[in-house]
Design a protein around this ligand. Structure first.
Ligand code: BG6
Length: 520
């Protein structure tokens, strides 16, 4: 495979500002649902990374809140999480000092009487550490507790104190359809103003996702061709090799469309498709994203297909089918794969199909965006190219590897040297994050937690955006719920999904690009 690597010059990197000016005010971060996996695997490691990078204020406290009486074991458990999932060195003195900022408070989320004691505890910690009144509440519980927690924070004077800045971060899923999302928004906004609310989508914490904006709007050469005149179609893939990983009961109610498409994939799509925001602030960016979602006409049910994996072989290992997973209905109709064809009816994108697919237990783990450009108007070399895989001129293709092998590759045709027939072979210009910038231990939550502490909502979902994406998918969810699929399971674990998903593109004379991942 002919590939041109791209590098970054150390002298350019050394001039990048370290971002030290973005340090939040002292505050108390309270995590509800702190005994769950997310806190240990992602949140605490990310907070430790911020601490290591001197991006946390000198005075801060982290209070884990959950039902179980964990006491000091909580700090120990978090320390292990930071080592196991955050790559921390057990002997690092900064780890010990960081853990000193963590404490635990047991609370039943739906027991109103516990919240007065929580407020007293948070005020006590803040006073002891000289922290002041800034508070950040992180809701990492099961979604059924969101409303209770929010209502109680309001009822106990923790949502809008006289002094200090208070914000609430809400994990996904934010609702399970349009009505429930609207109702949750109503409950949240009855207690918090919209500028206090941070609806998190961890995809927006990924460097490669943020880089989409930089790629498009910090470079002059891509934007002029980023439109229907030059782009044939766009494919977005979120393929996972994992199954449901013991989350059967959650997944049974969710399915791929709710779990990944309505949120993560719509964020990716909006960043590919949005108009240039007038500045990189929350209002401008979120307004442009909202306009993209609003411009998507309702998706005909025939353009949405679903699948469920049966047993198969993934990365050389035999794996069971979805219906045999723990705590999953043996006749489950839940989709573990969803694919869609949609269009964006605006001046830039009219007539350019966007194909989206997300699946579990796929052949390869790869989240990628593929931008297929149109062929040149006249293929003068095609007839003369004669051999093997190079015998047809392939259109220019820009692939943005969100994960793994983070990077961006551009495919173009080059003349095969010494070929008398002007044979054209595809070659790749490949920018690889790790090769250019080194390996990062960040998990994406660093940026989002920091922004939430700073009050910057740019990378968080707005109420209207969430409702718009639910409005788009609710009719499909309803149609799917009304008609149980007859052919589930319809794809083997370790494959590229069900055949019906191929038909979505075949119908348009196109095919899914399955050669995902790094080119070299
Ligand atoms: C989560 C979904 O939001 O995203 C999971 O609930 C999914 O089912 C995960 O596996 C994918 O995230 P990532 O960062 O691993 O691509």
């Amino acid at each position: 495979m002919a590939t041109i690597q791209m590098t970054v010059r150390p002298e350019d990197l050394s001039q990048v500002p370290k971002g030290g000016e973005r340090i939040p005010e002292p505050g108390v971060l309270t995590i509800f649902g702190a005994s769950g996996d997310l806190t240990k695997r992602k949140l605490l490691p990310a907070l430790f990374h911020l601490y290591q990078a001197n991006l946390l204020p000198e005075k801060f406290a982290i209070v884990g809140v959950a039902r179980r009486p964990l006491g000091d074991d909580f700090g120990k458990d978090m320390r292990e999480g930071i080592i196991d999932f955050g790559g921390a060195d057990a002997g690092d003195p900064r780890l010990a000092s960081f853990v000193g900022h963590i404490s635990y408070f047991p609370l039943n989320f739906d027991d109103t009487s516990h919240y007065a004691a929580l407020k007293t505890e948070l005020d006590r910690i803040a006073k002891e550490k000289g922290i002041g009144d800034d508070r950040l509440f992180y809701l990492a519980t099961a979604p059924e507790f969101f409303a209770d927690i929010i209502e109680n924070l309001g009822a106990h004077g923790m949502a809008k104190p006289e002094k200090g800045r208070v914000a609430v971060v809400i994990e996904k899923p934010f609702g399970h359809d349009l009505d429930s999302a609207r109702e949750l928004n109503r409950q949240v906004n009855a207690v918090f103003s919209e500028n206090q609310v941070f609806r998190i989508d961890h995809y927006l914490g990924k460097e490669t996702v943020q880089n989409l904006l930089v790629f498009r709007f910090a470079n002059g050469i891509f934007e002029p061709i980023w439109k229907r005149n030059y782009i044939d179609h766009v494919q977005i893939t979120v393929a996972e090799t994992l199954g449901v990983e013991g989350r059967g009961p959650f997944y049974e109610k969710a399915g791929a469309l709710r779990d990944v498409v309505q949120n993560h994939m719509m964020e990716l799509l909006s960043l590919v498709a949005l108009e240039p925001p007038s500045s990189f602030d929350a209002d401008s960016v979120r307004r442009e994203k909202f306009k993209v979602w609003r411009a998507i006409p309702s998706i005909p049910i025939l353009n949405a297909v679903r699948g469920q994996y049966g047993p198969g072989i993934v990365e050389g290992e035999h794996v069971i089918g979805y219906r045999d997973e723990e705590r999953v209905n043996p006749e489950s109709g839940t989709e573990t794969y969803a694919a869609l064809r949609l269009e964006i009816e605006n001046w830039r994108w009219a007539g350019v199909p966007f194909y989206l697919r997300a699946g579990k237990r796929m052949k390869k783990r790869a989240t990628e965006i593929s931008i297929f450009f149109k062929q040149p108007p006249l293929l003068i070399f095609n007839r003369m190219a004669t051999f093997g895989p190079c015998s047809e001129i392939q259109p220019n293709l820009l692939t943005i590897r969100i994960q793994p092998d983070e990077g961006i590759a551009l495919r173009f045709g080059a003349k095969v040297p010494t070929s008398p027939e002007m044979a054209v072979c595809p070659v790749y210009m490949d920018f690889d994050y790790e090769a250019a910038f080194g390996k990062s231990s960040a998990n994406g939550y660093e940026r989002l937690l920091l922004d939430a502490m700073l009050g910057d909502q740019t990378l968080f979902a707005h109420r209207d955006g969430v409702e718009t994406t639910w409005a788009l998918y609710t009719p499909i969810l309803q149609a799917w719920a009304a008609k149980k699929p007859e052919v589930f399971p319809n794809y083997f674990a370790g494959s590229w999904g069900p055949e019906c998903a191929d038909h979505l593109l075949e119908h348009d004379g196109r095919a899914w690009r399955n050669e995902l991942g790094r080119r070299s």
